[in-house]
Design a binder for this molecule. Structure first.
Ligand code: ZN
Length: 170
């Protein structure tokens, strides 16, 4: 069970709506199973044209360029590495833990896509080397515009298992 304050859930939904039709992304931190803070991270793909993408030679896009166009559309987000590092530094300073990552699905259900699972497994490889805590993966779906759906998953051995979310009012 993951506990998330209602205002953080509302902020993730607002973030998803602001960026639609592009996907938003961010980081959640806290203590154990309780989220305390969220960090909006710039989706560097949101403002890049296809042409810019093909010219971009940053190491973080090298994996992306290996993907087929369908797979790339399926991910549609790439967190800004500098902002991620800043968020992680802030989390350490506050003696909190990285609890998870969130991103939006603007037109599909709040379930990890095959590409989401692949990327989570790539992160697992790197995470175990760095001895970071296992993150949860949250997805905000705007498929039903009137009632956005927010769900959390643990992704291990290429299997996504849903973790229930308890919204707290404070
Ligand atoms: Zn996704």
């Amino acid at each position: 069970m993951l506990h998330i304050p209602a205002d953080i859930i509302q902020d993730m939904i607002a973030h998803a709506r602001e960026l639609a039709p592009h996907e938003c992304c961010g980081i959640l931190s806290g203590k154990q199973e309780t989220v305390v803070e969220s960090y909006r991270i710039t989706n560097i793909l949101a403002n890049m044209s296809q042409q810019e993408l093909s010219r971009f030679e940053g190491a973080k896009l090298s994996d992306l360029q290996r993907l087929s166009p369908e797979e790339r559309a399926d991910i549609a987000f790439q967190m800004d590495a500098r902002e991620m590092a800043m968020a992680q530094r802030d989390i350490r300073t506050k003696n909190a833990d990285l609890i998870g990552f969130y991103h939006s699905h603007t037109a599909s259900p709040a379930r990890p896509s095959q590409t989401d699972v692949t990327i989570a497994m790539e992160f697992e490889h790197y995470r175990t080397k760095l001895n970071l805590p296992e993150p949860l993966h949250l997805i905000i779906s705007l498929e039903n515009a009137e009632s956005p759906d927010v769900r959390a998953y643990r992704i291990q051995d290429s299997q996504a298992t849903e973790v229930s979310i308890q919204q707290s009012s404070v």
